[in-house]
Design a protein around this ligand. Structure first.
Ligand code: COA
Length: 302
């Protein structure tokens, strides 16, 4: 049994990722990274940094000498971090970004890919898909703050997030076909849903990069900001979401992403059920009372 807040890989002993998490909120260092935290030596994250800012968590891929490329360890650590904060009520939203000023993530690690055969190729793709799927189905909003290169697996990682903000120097692309492979972390599935079939096919088959303005025009990102403002603008957008009823946000995500995979009639059924479910919550009463009383709601997530 993995205790809450602990990582639980089968091949490694359990380590608490957030040893400070159980303390009262006021005791928590607002922007302490896992690496900086006092008990950090019990963590085993090499390539992922985790910082708190109030009820937001900023998760950064930090492998700057390789432009944050996703090797197996990075993918595994990403999975661990998302799984460890998934059921933490104190987390209301997550920002996923890349450390340094050159890249969000410049793709899967080409050195590793070069060594795969057809069996391990399937495994690599599946492992990445699983982690990216856990991000897509994360019960709290996840925003990709993209600065610099978001190529291949990096672009696919941004696609798996719920919201995307880019800095003006961002570059998106799926260059895989130029390496003799195809996107394997969900890119052939998610890109067309987001920007339409025609544009997705062109981007995937040409392997060309698009700049931030073009990404904005095609709906790949919803906002472009100056590089220096990327994190603040991302937090500000995410806070516009997290100030709303947490259960409502969660179930809106559930309804939207469930609908992507199901027929309309079934999706509408689920929407009605979730709508009804929310009508039994304290949050709904609070939201409606706050409107009537002309004040801000104080949602409790119940
Ligand atoms: N996998 C492994 N290493 C990568 C990488 C990747 N996807 N992307 C960049 N790197 C490494 C480079 O090999 C280099 O390492 P080195 O210093 O040990 O040689 C380092 O990151 C810096 O990259 P570099 O190519 O020198 O930077 P640049 O500014 O000249 O070019 C890119 C930047 C992003 C255009 C270029 O690195 C690139 O095309 N990367 C591959 C992108 C890609 O095809 N991704 C999809 C993979 S499926």
């Amino acid at each position: 049994m993995v205790p809450p807040g602990a990582t639980g890989r089968k091949d490694k002993p359990c380590h608490f990722v957030f040893p400070f998490r159980a303390r009262p909120l006021s005791c928590r260092v607002a922007t302490a990274t896992v690496h900086q935290a006092k008990d950090a030596e019990v963590t085993d994250l090499t390539y992922i940094r985790v910082e708190w800012d109030g009820d937001l968590v900023v998760v950064s891929v930090d492998r700057q000498d390789k432009l944050n490329a996703l090797n197996a360890e990075v993918v595994s650590e990403l999975g661990e971090v998302f799984s460890s904060i998934r059921d933490d009520d104190q987390v209301r939203g997550v920002i996923l970004t890349g450390a340094g000023d050159k890249a969000f993530v410049a793709g899967a690690d080409i050195g590793e890919l070069a060594r795969m055969d057809s069996i391990s190729g399937v495994r690599v793709s599946r492992q990445g898909q699983e982690v990216f799927r856990s991000i897509e189905r994360f019960p709290k909003p996840v925003l990709a703050a993209v600065g610099g290169y978001a190529l291949g697996g990096g672009c696919e990682l941004a696609l798996a997030c719920h919201l995307r903000v880019a800095s003006d120097d961002a570059r998106f692309g799926l260059p895989e076909v130029g390496l003799g492979i195809i996107p394997g972390y969900g890119g052939t599935v998610r890109l067309s849903r987001l920007i339409g079939l025609g544009r997705a096919v062109e981007l995937t088959l040409t392997g060309e990069m698009v700049d931030a303005e073009r990404a904005l025009a095609m709906g790949l990102v919803s906002r472009v900001v100056e590089r220096s403002a990327l994190l603040d603008a991302s937090k500000s957008l995410l806070r516009k979401v997290t100030k709303n009823g947490p259960l409502a946000v969660r179930l809106a995500l559930e309804s939207i992403y469930h609908a992507v995979d199901t027929a309309t009639a079934e999706a509408l059924d689920l929407e009605s059920s979730l709508f009804g479910l929310l009508a039994s919550t304290e949050d709904m009463k609070e939201g409606m009372a706050a409107f009537t009383e002309k004040r801000s709601p104080d949602f409790k997530g119940r």
